[in-house]
Design a protein around this ligand. Sequence first.
Ligand code: ADP
Ligand code: MG
Length: 631
Amino acid sequence: MSAIKETLGFQAEVKQLLQLMIHSLYSNKDIFLRELISNASDAADKLRFEALSDPALFENDPDLKIRVAFDRAARTLTISDNGIGMSRQEVIDHIGTIAKSGTREFFSQLSGDQQKDAALIGQFGVGFYSAFIVADKVTLTTRRAGLTPEHGVRWESAGEGDYTLETVEKPTRGTEIVLHLREGEDEFLSDWKIKSIIRKYSDHITLPIVMKKTEWKDGVEVPTDEDETVNRASALWVRPRKEITDDEYREFYKHVAHDFEPPLAWSHNRVEGKQEYISLLYIPSHAPFDLYDRERRHGIKLYVRRVFIMDDAEQLMPAYLRFVRGVIDSSDLPLNVSREILQSSKDIDAIKAGSVKKVLGMLEELAEKTQEKYATFWKEFGRVMKEGPGEDFANKERIAALLRFASTHADTDAQVVSLKDYIGRMKEGQNAIYYITADSFAAAKHSPHLEIFRKKGIEVLLLSDRVDEWLVANLHEFEGKPLKSVAKGGLDLGALEDEAEKTAQKEAEEAMKPLVERIKATLGERVKDVRVSHRLTDSPACLVTGEGDMSANLERLLKAAGQAAPTVKPTLEINPTHALVTRLNAETDENRFADWANLLFEQALLAEGGQLDDPASFVRRLNSLLAMLPG
Ligand code: ADP
Ligand code: MG
């Protein structure tokens, strides 16, 4: 081991983050203290947990606390804890690199426009680095619990390109962070100011946050030897609901969720009976940048009788509710519970089921009472909620009621229509909920499949999120009404059509029989069948898939993702009233007939967002047709 000072470069992203943060969070600079205290509190939680199996880690110093002190002459502010501390490697890994998965993707979203980026930075969560908002030099000295005093590490940086690391002697375990305040930041050298920030942002921290009492001597405030606990220092979730203010709930959220923005809603419950536990669950107001990252963190912290057990307890929330943040504190689980035990624990299953119900209840209330907030929720997390019916059969109907869609009823791509709204607007004689899937909102909205529905004023849900295919594969009905694709199977509008319409269709089918046969013979392997359409009013043709077949949209999605998907042959439907079709019917030249029939098929494929196998032939056919137009 050497005491030699090493200089290491920050990861490029850290440099960028520091720059951005110092500028964009300056107007909210007090938060640095919240972040450092939050880290100290996490470090104490980790120590308490590790000490369950190795009590020696306490080193005869079991009273965990956080100390805040300032030195007016040196212009420093010091935050220290006797938590778990960090080894040299942990310092390198956690302070100086951003280990979070998805960091690169996050940075690729930054635009360089400070205002826009400032909004993103909160999403990312800047934690430790927020120290540089007020400090032009930060010295962190730490020793991991269990290592001997000569294994201390000192990290120091001015928050620019690099940092230094050296091995030092540190008699006490834990971490001490000294902020050398920037010029003009003297306000943080005030006892009153620091205490008020702590009370505002960190009152809910479970550990005591201790400061020296001060007294005034000759007009200056000087610290005495007496300690004073500044915060309330009791677990927030244990306190009765009515004694907790909204601000306290919000600040606690920022600590557990590592988020800068306040939450949309929360639900705080003490559950008694077979399982005893307290849950405090939050819905964030924005999606984290890594919502779709497979290695994303889950949001629930598990405690057992106030002792922190683990972060990211994925057994406590299903994947479709992975955005929920909060705390579950069980009175029954053993303290030595491991992830393996959690996986096969009936107790955990019961807690999970209860917590899911609470979350769904919270969302139902949000949807009912504060539609604006629900719209925000849906915009941020709607696509994740759509995974729900496929994952959580027990709650399928409740989840389905929370879903929102774009529809032909509204003229925007905003997803605001619920299945209940839809059913409320169903036409007399309508017995299905109609939808269309496509790979974009525009493709869905302009699909020829909607023509007859438009004409008859029947609403169709427009589904264009990738997850929608998965959703409709798992959600077959709602309140007894089947969900039906408008692009699948033979269309039977049943009572929505009158006798005259039905007779007209029969006649058209009869009259078009020879044409249908001719087209079928011409297209051969390209189609499964050809028939007269009941769904078209303006377009000459469209493609449909069989009732039980994979939709064309899903087939395209899977193939684009490089996955195996069967090629489903479509059925071509032709519009007997369209001029192109009547002309085709009269065509006697076999070559020209073949060109037209293929064109009909190809444009139907294009209209639904499909791709041509042989675009050059399509263009040739189109040109030969155009050339026939009278000049
Ligand atoms: P986050 O808290 O969201 O993980 P931070 O930037 O606040 O992000 O902290 C980064 C990491 O540095 C923490 O996850 C932790 O591993 C480590 N760390 C920070 N402060 C401390 C501390 N006081 N004691 C021990 N580890 C710490
Ligand atoms: Mg933190």
